[in-house]
Design a protein around this ligand. Sequence first.
Ligand code: ZN
Length: 314
Amino acid sequence: MNKDPRIIKLTPLFKEKIWGGRNLTHYFKDLPAGPIGECWVISGHPHGDTLVADGPFKGMPLSKVYNENRHLFGNDESESFPLLVKFIDAKYDLSIQVHPDDTYAHKIGEEYGKEEVWLILKAPLSQKIQLGHYAQTKEEFINLVKNNEWDKLLKYAHIEDNYLVPVFPGTLHAILGGTLLLEIQQASDLTYRLYDYDRLDNRGNKRPLHIKEALAVTNVPDTLIRPKSVLNNTLNHRDIFKGNHFTLGVQTVHGTFTYASIPRYYLLIVTSGQGEINHVPLTAGDAFILTTSQQPLTLKGFFNFVLVKRKEKK
Ligand code: ZN
């Protein structure tokens, strides 16, 4: 039983998707029936506000804990909880899509754009992910879209298990069928769908496209991003992704590891193994927020985890 207010454990929220599968049972024993595409593990977003699992804030939505206890979050100035973490199981290909940046989001009255990063838990057999495009000018981009010349437009990148894929706003992307991954992103649900393979949902309808918005926010020409492996011990306990809004490290505990203090707040997501944080037990799939504290925090056991640190606003 967790009585430590510094360690906030959250209850996962599951989402059915037409492209979803059943592979999240590897992490979540009580997976609901149906094609489950997403499991939101840390979120204060109105489209899925995760509830605190135990401890003094038990049952409260994260948005409320964040709003009423800002000191636990290093007095973060953001209006709403700024980050969102989900596991994704793509049985089928996701649509070709793109997300806006903060500047565009503000123009349409939203607080956040969407910078995201993926940790590949299981790569598809093709070892591919759709990332970026070949068009050199907006005109070329628009023509290839209009003429449905997707083979000429879309770029693919090589991925393997334990690869990290940064997806900055304005980057065209799609997760392909057979991929299991952990996504860390700004707390935004702004997705502009450029192409959905003309497929139909179970009612025989196509899902809406947002071509005008996608054309407006996609970077042309593309900026090169290379997915890279995180399987390098020298990277342990160091940030391997440095975004504009958060940094991310992929780490291992073998025995004991202590944080002397938590200066702001960290998100900790367990990807394999088991152990405890200050006697609060943890296992693969668990997600925690470690809140501001001057006291040490001790991790014990044998597990791998992702640690996300929120960046200060400048
Ligand atoms: Zn995306």
